[in-house]
Ligand binder design. Structure first.
Ligand SMILES: Nc1ncnc2c1ncn2[C@@H]1O[C@H](COP(=O)(O)OP(=O)(O)O)[C@@H](O)[C@H]1O
Ligand SMILES: [Mg+2]
Length: 283
């Protein structure tokens, strides 16, 4: 249904267009790739209230499966997120295609996620099913902090000194190129995970080792969530950690002063919604 409406009619601001958007959502089937934390339940409640038939794809033991009985979502699709990314993608795609034959849902009208680490997968699923969504190449750039800086610099936008670090032998060069104080961070991180300030060259090696070990201490349920796990044996889950966890980090210039978040929702190359929030000074 959503596919048949011209995008201009969907994107204009204004009360009538807003009413149209709400009407269209009523009865629409929206797939959420991974459920997020239990605290995200309010989003599914809100979606249900708006008449959305929500479908959640997540690990078989996810808290969200009970939302079906609670009549908050229309369907829960269990997918083993411990598999490699390609298998997760193929299972999810097959299940999304099968929705067409499911009376409780009907075919998917949209695929989304609000988990940063699921963006790559969600964008690829949307592309494969012909549903709207950000291009996977754009998502890959946005999800890789080093690539983001490179694309910005290539576009002639202001950026800061930075260097990708794939192993210890590159630390000296990074110190020379970036200087101190600087910030070491995983290129694929989120929620400030593993982000550390480095005050001088003497600290660099120990901070580097610490950040890499934090990254290795996490089990990636590929395509979905990162989880800490207690026992080292359990941690590996039979998975080759080096294949699953990106331990690539980058060093970049430390910026002091106030930090401001600017969040923009883009559609067809235009900004549709912008918020600016003050985060206070960096630490
Ligand atoms: N170059 C930097 N200079 C100063 N502070 C930084 C810098 N990079 C990151 N930080 C601090 O660390 C936090 C997390 O870093 P960020 O790059 O936003 O990673 P994430 O994607 O995990 O949020 C930022 O909100 C900021 O406070
Ligand atoms: Mg951030």
């Amino acid at each position: 249904m959503l596919r048949r409406i011209p995008s201009e009619a969907l994107s204009h601001a204004g009360p009538e267009e807003q009413e149209l958007r709400c009407k269209l959502l009523r009865g629409a089937t929206i797939v959420f790739f991974s459920a997020g934390y239990p605290r995200k339940k309010f989003i599914y409640r809100k979606a249900a209230k708006m008449g959305v038939k929500a479908v959640i794809i997540d690990t078989p033991d996810s808290w969200a499966k009970s939302l079906v009985e609670e009549q908050v979502i229309a369907k829960f699709i269990p997918v083993d997120m411990g598999m490699d990314a390609e298998s997760v993608f193929n299972s999810a795609l097959a299940a999304i295609k099968e929705l067409s034959a499911d009376e409780a849902t009907g075919p998917a009208d949209g695929i989304c996620t609000f988990l940063e680490q699921s963006l790559e997968m969600a964008s690829r699923l949307a592309e494969a099913t012909g549903l709207p969504g950000p291009k996977p190449e754009a998502v890959d750039i946005a999800r890789n902090k080093h690539l983001t800086r490179k694309v910005m610099a290539d576009a002639g936008l202001p950026s800061i000194a930075n260097m990708l670090i794939e192993n210890e032998s590159q630390l000296e060069e990074a110190a020379r190129k970036v200087g101190f104080p600087s910030v070491l961070k995983p290129v694929g991180g989120f929620a400030s995970l593993g982000v550390q300030k480095v005050n001088n060259e003497a600290e660099l090696l120990s901070v580097y080792r610490e950040v890499v070990s934090v990254l290795r201490g996490l089990v990636v349920s590929e395509g979905s969530a990162l989880r800490s796990s207690a026992a080292p044996d359990e941690r590996t889950n039979g998975v080759d950690l080096d294949k699953v966890i990106d331990t690539t980090v980058m060093l970049e210039e430390y910026l002091d002063g106030d930090e401001v978040d600017i969040d923009i929702v883009m559609s067809n190359g235009e900004a549709r919604y912008i918020t600016v929030s003050d985060n206070g000074p960096t630490h």
